[in-house]
Design a protein. Structure first.
Length: 276
């Protein structure tokens, strides 16, 4: 297994690392099953079970919201999916054939799982356009993208992404000058340039204005279907806006799962989370 090669210039944790590639995202096989399958996952930190026999399935193209109190294990779950943390027990598959517990973080990113951390990490000194271009250059079609000039298809993809993330009129702006919300969108755009099958968004609207938050809700709904999207968020107005199926985590496992109105009225969920 080869080690990750991370450019010193690369924003930390943005999934841009290149590595020895065993899978390409186009190979993820979901013909007979979900895009993500977690079963019996446990993670302990000094005897404390951050995840406790967690089982969760995400269908291809689904938009799933994950809620739950602080310390419920939401971020740890994302760490397991992205290979940052190894589970002590359990099964984690991406599609039918890719065993996530056997891959490095870089291999998982390359296989088609993109993760957006809470804090935006963009190349501050480059323009919005250049940020998207750089993200594309580290993608899997290395031979094609090593060419110095962008072809029409590349320009189309960048243009499409700029529209999607509401930054078309900011393309030439230095990323460091964007608002916090715009930086968050740019980072999502950078992930999209790598054409992930599964996108993990950890608290995407934290620190956003109401309007930015509303636009992020629209973006999430647009992305669903083209990608599978897992959103962890505390902002219940935001969740209510985008929610289809909602999973409530509590003490490292699934407490409840279902449509928003069912979950919201579940007495156990009100007790541990919503009621407080
Ligand atoms: P959430 O994202 O739902 O708020 P986390 O997954 O961040 O929850 O954390 C779950 C629990 O695991 C918390 O009690 C947290 O303190 C603990 N935890 C998370 N990461 C570590 C770590 N690296 N070392 C020790 N404890 C950790
Ligand atoms: Mg968290």
């Amino acid at each position: 297994m080869s080690d990750a090669i991370t450019s010193a210039d690369s924003p930390a944790g943005s999934g841009l690392a290149q590595a020895g590639m065993r899978f390409a995202s186009s190979e993820v096989d979901t013909t007979h099953g979900p895009i993500l399958y977690l079963e019996g996952i446990s993670v302990s930190f000094d005897g404390f079970k951050a995840l406790n026999d967690l089982s969760l399935t995400i269908e291809d193209g689904e938009l799933r919201c994950i809620i739950g109190p602080n310390g419920a294990g939401k971020t740890t779950m994302m760490d397991v999916i992205t290979g940052k943390t190894r589970p002590d027990a359990g099964t984690a598959f991406f599609g039918q054939a890719i065993d996530l517990t056997r891959l490095t973080e870089a291999e998982i990113a390359h296989a088609g799982i993109g993760r957006k951390f809470q804090k935006p990490t963009v190349f501050e000194q480059h323009s919005v356009f250049e940020n998207l271009e750089l993200a594309m250059k580290t993608d899997k079609r290395v031979r094609r993208t090593l060419r110095a000039r962008l072809d029409d298809a590349d320009l189309d993809r960048i243009g499409e992404t700029l529209s999607l993330i509401h930054l078309r009129d900011q393309a030439d702006r230095i990323a460091g000058l964007l608002s916090h919300g715009q930086k968050q969108w740019l980072e999502i755009g950078m992930l999209l340039m790598q054409e992930p099958r599964l996108l993990l968004l950890d608290e995407p609207v934290a620190g956003m204005t109401d309007e930015e938050s509303m636009r992020t809700a629209e973006l999430c709904m647009t992305l669903a279907g083209r990608h599978s999207v897992v959103v962890v968020e505390h902002d219940m107005d935001f969740i209510a806006r985008i929610a289809r199926k909602v999973t409530v985590l509590h003490e490292g496992s699934v407490l409840a799962e279902g449509p928003m109105d069912v979950v919201q009225n579940d007495p156990r969920v009100i007790e541990v989370y919503l009621g407080r």
